[in-house]
Write a protein that binds this ligand. Structure first.
Ligand SMILES: *[C@@H]1O[C@H](CO)[C@@H](O)[C@H](O)[C@H]1NC(C)=O
Ligand SMILES: *[C@@H]1O[C@H](CO)[C@@H](O)[C@H](O)[C@H]1NC(C)=O
Ligand SMILES: *[C@@H]1O[C@H](CO)[C@@H](O)[C@H](O)[C@H]1NC(C)=O
Ligand SMILES: *[C@@H]1O[C@H](CO)[C@@H](O)[C@H](O)[C@H]1NC(C)=O
Length: 171
């Protein structure tokens, strides 16, 4: 008897943020001062965001969705609603855990509710671990809708390009 075992490891050769869009729908509660990508070298792009929560909030929901571009952006695999206050206490949601681990080193959003005042992300770029995620090559968007007291307050949409490289080994 013979077995052929094929092991495929997907390693990204390119992971690059290509666009960010932030928009507040209630400027009496949340305002953006800045939300942009900045090229700091030929192949490194970082994300900077600066906003202010004008009144303390104790009830925050994040609605996370990933879209993949195929004749326009189509929903792709992930659609998750997270209680952000609870998540920041206990990191209960695995999808949010991955997304948050990307932001955590670059942000002051590192505590649970209430949130008030400046909310800043500075110099965010994808960590190498991310290059191991099993994404097929393509253009994606991570769209997060933020709700305070169950009412939509703002969106943060980040688009990125992911190019995979298949390493195959057979034995
Ligand atoms: C973010 O993306 C979602 C999904 O495509 C879209 O419904 C929403 O309008 C976008 N928000 C902004 C501010 O462009
Ligand atoms: C907008 O924000 C104010 C707080 O400044 C809040 O009282 C109000 O309910 C919010 N409106 C919506 C539609 O979210
Ligand atoms: C964020 O924007 C506010 C208002 O413009 C500004 O006072 C503050 O210095 C900015 N913070 C950062 C880290 O850029
Ligand atoms: C949270 O972020 C602030 C500002 O970046 C930092 O001073 C503080 O040490 C951080 N706290 C934790 C628990 O990481």
């Amino acid at each position: 008897m013979r077995f052929n075992i094929v092991i495929c490891a997907v390693v990204a050769v390119v992971f690059k943020m290509t666009n960010v869009v932030c928009e507040s729908y209630n400027s009496s509660w949340f305002v953006f001062h800045n939300c942009r990508l900045k090229a700091i070298s030929r192949d490194k792009v970082v994300f900077n965001m600066n906003g202010t929560v004008l009144h303390p909030v104790n009830n925050v929901q994040a609605h996370l969705k990933i879209y993949k571009r195929e004749n326009g952006f189509k929903p792709w695999l992930i659609d998750s609603k997270i209680d952000a206050c609870r998540f920041m206490r206990g990191k209960y949601n695995p999808v949010a855990k991955i997304v948050y681990s990307l932001f955590q080193p670059f942000t002051n959003i590192n505590h649970t509710c209430p949130f008030v005042g400046p909310q800043v992300i500075e110099g965010l770029y994808p960590k190498p671990e991310l290059l191991l995620l099993p994404f097929p090559t393509g253009q994606y968007m991570l769209a997060i809708r933020w709700l305070f007291d169950k009412k939509l307050q703002f969106d943060t949409n980040v688009s990125f390009l992911f190019v995979e490289d298949l390493l195959k080994q057979k034995w």
